[in-house]
Design a protein around this ligand. Sequence first.
Ligand code: CDP
Length: 262
Amino acid sequence: MSRRKQIYEGKAKILYEGPEPGTIVQYFKDDATAFNAQKKATLDGKGVLNNRISEFVMIRLAEIGIPTHFIKRLNMREQLIKAVEIVPLEVICRNVAAGTMSKRLGIEEGEKLPRSIVEFCLKRDDLGDPLIAEEHIHAFGWATQSELDEMIAMTLRINDYLQGMFSGIGINLIDFKIEFGRLPITEGANAGGYQIILADEISPDSCRLWDRETNKKLDKDRFRRDLGDVTEAYTEVATRLGILKEANNKITPTLSVVSNED
Ligand code: CDP
């Protein structure tokens, strides 16, 4: 791998300076963390799978008109993305009760919610990403009203699309977390302003995905709850999406890889 400047290292990804201004290389690690990094492990192949799954999802979402940070996949573990200022919020959308919502509100895991619910958490690892209300977002200026409206509308649109996409491969989308960024607008009437775009990743690390027939968990809860076969479950998702060929659970990309394989 060529030497280049590391901008940021997170729990599951590293960001490097991109080849052109306004671009970043997002590298997917095999590291898994849970419970605010109190639990850690390295899961062979997870980064490769999440790179491919997130690429697939971002491309599909762009096709339905969701602006995203994804430019192109560079190799097995890296993708080129647009540099954005990350909005300091984790936007969670839930269709079925699970995880912290079940604990907080005493709703049994697996109970369908009366409608999809969008929640906001503050992106602050040191505080455990606390749940916040829209009031906090306005009062502390973490996003403007119009940014918030756009993020909610995009989240519900993404939820509708992903529910259908996963349903088509026998998977229930229980919930997911997304992040948004501000992309500087350089041309046209709105030059000097910002556009809200989808950033980060969408993968089994950030979604709850249950098999429709068996309710088998095909996501990071396998790691959080010590259920085993974590990468096998991620491989299953990638295979059903048509990203990987079934080959003794080996990671066999069906698309040709562009350059710099690692
Ligand atoms: O995952 P946990 O039970 O701690 O929190 P949750 O609020 O029930 O998570 C809802 C959804 O957001 C799940 O699909 C999580 O995987 C995802 N999430 C995430 O990707 N990153 C976080 N920091 C928190 C939640």
